[in-house]
Design a protein around this ligand. Structure first.
Ligand SMILES: [Zn+2]
Length: 368
């Protein structure tokens, strides 16, 4: 494209509320007739009662498929083939981030709308037109941009309140980075996921995302611990799912996400969520940017309060040797990685030092 364009993308509909799963049929009816429902065991179970009661009322039928566990090329092919075999005209993800990314890609291959029903608010995958693909062994493979955004994202906050609080906190980690990364992209002029410049809307949504987290995040964690749906929980579910999703794909990602991808080569971190790795990646990005100490401390303190990792030890890497950490940092600095969306030149050495600085600050604040 030889002209500069601003591009903003969004899902066809976003629906959120306590008990809204019981209205699923009403929102699916305009999109198709037969639904392939994909999720892990817990993800399928969480939405089963709502699906079983509301789909027949609108003349919809469904076939359940257990998700294989990894967003691999093979799993995407398998789900698309299943949908084809059952004559499905909607693919619906009922579960967490990986099932969601697999369904979005499989729906595109099948040529049917993707519908996302997150049962946890652990990351910002639901609203975006992007799937993050992994190898079967869990290491990062590639980003797959999709032609269309999901046709419908439907979030039942009652389900989110019943899900583990660690998942909600992970979503906050993913969402917390959104504004800082969009701001880096604004300064560098980096293109967003649609290959365009960001709109003012994307930057403002990203800022609202961060402000919402800092204002309501702690209360939302308490609500989730008590399994109650409060206004704070509603605000945070929207921030984790809608604001973060719109903000990152129409704004752009930078060092925090680049580092979280790089961390997947450290096997010690495999048990940690995307959002947990992004949260620590964000602390490193803030150090890399030389943000004011008070601002970095505010973000670090927030992470501690909501249970997000702020040290390498929190991510299972207490004794990780320097050489492997340097190797991971070098990989993050490879050409084409989003670390180069930062508004200054990036080297592996700089990223390594930033990770060390974040770790030192985290240890210091935890000791205070
Ligand atoms: Zn993310």
């Amino acid at each position: 494209m030889d002209i500069t364009v601003r591009i903003f993308g969004a899902p066809g509909r976003y629906v959120q509320g306590a008990g809204v799963i019981n209205e699923l049929g009403r929102f699916l009816a305009p999109l198709g007739r037969h639904v392939l429902v994909v999720g892990g065991k817990a993800g399928l179970e969480a939405t089963k009662a709502g699906r079983d009661s509301s789909l027949p009322a609108y003349g919809l039928t469904q076939t359940e498929a257990l998700f294989g566990g990894e967003v691999s090329e093979g799993e995407i092919r398998r789900l698309a083939a299943l949908g084809r075999a059952h004559g499905c005209d909607i693919l619906l993800a009922s579960g967490g981030g990986k099932a969601i990314d697999a369904v979005k890609a499989a729906a595109e291959d099948l040529g049917v709308p993707a519908v996302i029903v997150p049962t946890i608010a652990s990351n910002d995958a639901p609203a975006s037109a992007l799937s993050v693909l992994y190898h079967e062994d869990g290491t990062f493979h590639r980003l797959r941009p999709l032609k269309n955004s999901p046709a419908l994202v439907l979030v039942d906050t009652r389900l989110i309140a019943n899900a583990p609080v660690r998942q909600l906190a992970s979503g906050m980690g993913d969402a917390l980075a959104t504004w800082y990364e969009a701001d880096a992209c604004r300064k560098s002029g980096a293109l967003n996921n649609f290959g365009g410049l960001m709109t003012a809307a994307a930057l403002d949504l990203a800022r609202l995302c961060r402000d919402t987290l800092l204002e309501y995040g702690r209360d939302a964690v308490r609500a989730c611990e008590n399994r109650t749906v409060t206004p704070a929980l509603e605000y945070i579910v929207e921030a984790n799912t809608l604001l973060s999703g719109l903000g990152f794909e129409s704004g752009g990602v930078a060092a925090a996400h680049a580092l979280s991808e790089g961390f997947t080569v450290l096997h010690e971190m495999h048990g940690y969520t995307h959002g947990e790795k992004v949260a620590f990646g964000l602390l490193a990005q803030l150090a890399l940017e030389g943000r004011p100490a008070a601002e970095i401390r505010e973000i670090c303190r927030f992470c501690i309060d909501v249970g997000l990792p702020v040290t390498l030890s929190d991510l299972g890497c207490a004794g990780v040797d320097e050489a492997r950490l340097r190797m991971a940092a070098e990989a993050v600095a490879e050409p084409g990685r989003p670390s180069h969306n930062m508004p200054f030149p990036i080297t592996g050495g700089m990223l390594y030092e930033a990770v060390r600085a974040a770790d030192a600050l985290g240890r210091q604040l935890k000791a205070e």
